[in-house]
Structure formats: C-alpha cells, structure tokens
Design a protein around this ligand. Sequence first.
Ligand code: F6P
Length: 326
Amino acid sequence: MAKIKRIGVLSSGGDAPGMNAAIRAVTRTAIYNGIEVIGIRHGYQGMINGYFKLLKTFNVSDIIQRGGTILKTARCEEFKTPEGRKKAYNNLKDRRLDGVVVIGGDGSFTGARIFNEEYDIPFIGIPGTIDNDIYGTDYTIGYDTALNTVIEAVDKIRDTASAHNRLFFIEVMGAEAGFIAIRSGLACGAEAIIIPEIKNQVKKLRSFLEEGFKRKKSSNIIIVAEGADEGGAFGVAKKAKKDFQDYSVRVTVLGHIQRGGSPSVYDRVTASRLGYAAVEALMDDQKSAMVGLQNNEVVLVPFRKAVKLHKEVNWELLEIANILSV
Ligand code: F6P
C-alpha cells in the first residue's frame, strides 16, 4: 500500500474528558510522521456534510487539559444508512484522505465497522466514553475522570446525608452497564450499589442495609446506575420507600456533570498513548480495529469483537464493595 499522506480525525457519540488529549496525540503523531491531518467536525455528520478543517500543531495547543471536544461531536442517524455512508465516502475521497481515526464508543465503532466492510478507506477507533462499556479494552477515555467527578459529588452528599440521618439514592450514568456505579460505589463507601446487570435488587436492599441499621449508621448512600431495571434512582427510591419509612429519603441524579471537566492524569496519559497508537496502526496498514488497553499494554482489537462481544463488569469489585460496606 502507498504511504499514508493524509488522515482524518473525529469524535463521535457522547463526549468524554480526554477526547481533546486524544485529538492532540493523533494530530501531533501524524504531523511528526509527515502526515497531514484533517479535523472532521460534528462526528459522522460532519463527514457527510463536509465539515473538514486542516489541523496544524498549533491548532491542538492548550487543549490537553480541557473537557469536551474541540471537534464537537454528534450522534448521527444518517451514517446508519447506505446513502449517508456513500456521501461520507465521496467526501473523504474528494479530500484524498487515506485513513480516519474515530474517537467514540460502541455505536461509533459499529458505524466504522460497516463503513470498512463497504469502502476501502481504513478506520481505526480510540475508545472514548465515560461508560467504560467497550469489549477489548480495560479502560475507555473519560471513565477515570467521570469516576473522580462522581466521588467528589458523593462525598459532599455524604456530609448532608449524615447531618440529617438520611438515606440517599444517587444516580450515576453508564448507559446499560454498571461500570461507573461499581467503581465509584466502592470508592465512596456506598452502602449498596444497584446495577443493570442484576435484576430485582430493591427486594434485597433491606437485608443489605440491615447491619448498618442495627448500629444506627448516620447516613446511607445507595449508588444507582441509570440503566438499573427498576428505573434509575427515582424508580428505585419509589419502590424502596415503603421499606424505609423510618428514614427520610432523598434522590440526586448526578447527570451530565459526569461528562465534563478537566481530564484526570490517567485519562490524559491513556488518550495520548492511544492517539499515538492509532496513527501507528494506520501507518501499519491496519483497519477496522480499535486500539485499547489490556493489562496496561496497548492492543489492537478488531471492531468485529469490540462491538459484538460483551464486556463483563468486575464482579470481584462489587463483592468487595458489599463486604466493606457493612
Ligand atoms: O455514553 C455516555 C452517556 O453519558 C451515557 O452514560 C448516558 O446514558 C448517555 O451518554 C447520555 O446521552 P445524552 O447526552 O445524549 O443524553
């Protein structure tokens, strides 16, 4: 294959802290290797509409510490259609792009995979989502920062919960998975953690909290993943209320604060490593694959696996959290 001369980079799906650090790493690694970089704005929608901008080294200055994404992002329905992908391909060809780096989650990689089955321009993915729900990588960019945001908020709620002897149900993000809930729950000493992977947990809540009640714990924090089958923190609190009549119950939904803020050291370093690896992968003629981290080593995982296979939550962490919360 001819040497790669020009590549595109885009962010797609929900933004995540560290995406900017990844854009910076892709841009600077490519330029270092004599490759031109085109920033594609607004994700796949920008690929379809032709929102392209040449990125120079200085365009990615002063962004490693910023949340959000300088390239903007979108969830694009049109890219799911053959017509949308054809328009995108024509634009990439017009601009003479030899490869594209997609920073996003499993929805973005599903689109990238289909595109690479249809067209000859290689796509390489970088996992960027606070949810950490992508098979083939131990961490996704943004997860660590989101966890830090969650525990900072929960620590504050703990102060007021204990001042009033209250029972708090705190909802965290995570889409259909409990990664954020389990890790943040362990880190903030939650009394219980409710995740989508386990059904009907409300029934067991009373027995979970029993020991704490006996010794009159002054506060109880229940972390609820938004995808929990009982309907997020409000749904769980409503169902649980009759079992906890002696307690004053409150609900907090942390929401989109979990997606913003300056990325943690871990996310900046991971984004830098994976951004570098993504460009190397394109230079090595790789395609239709994601760069990820396994046991702190950079690996290449085919999109086929990353989007099809299910990543399990860490059950051991949940068990530890349950044991330690008594
Ligand atoms: O995938 C990231 C995420 O923040 C999920 O945790 C959440 O369910 C979803 O995106 C929210 O999406 P939106 O910002 O489009 O409402």
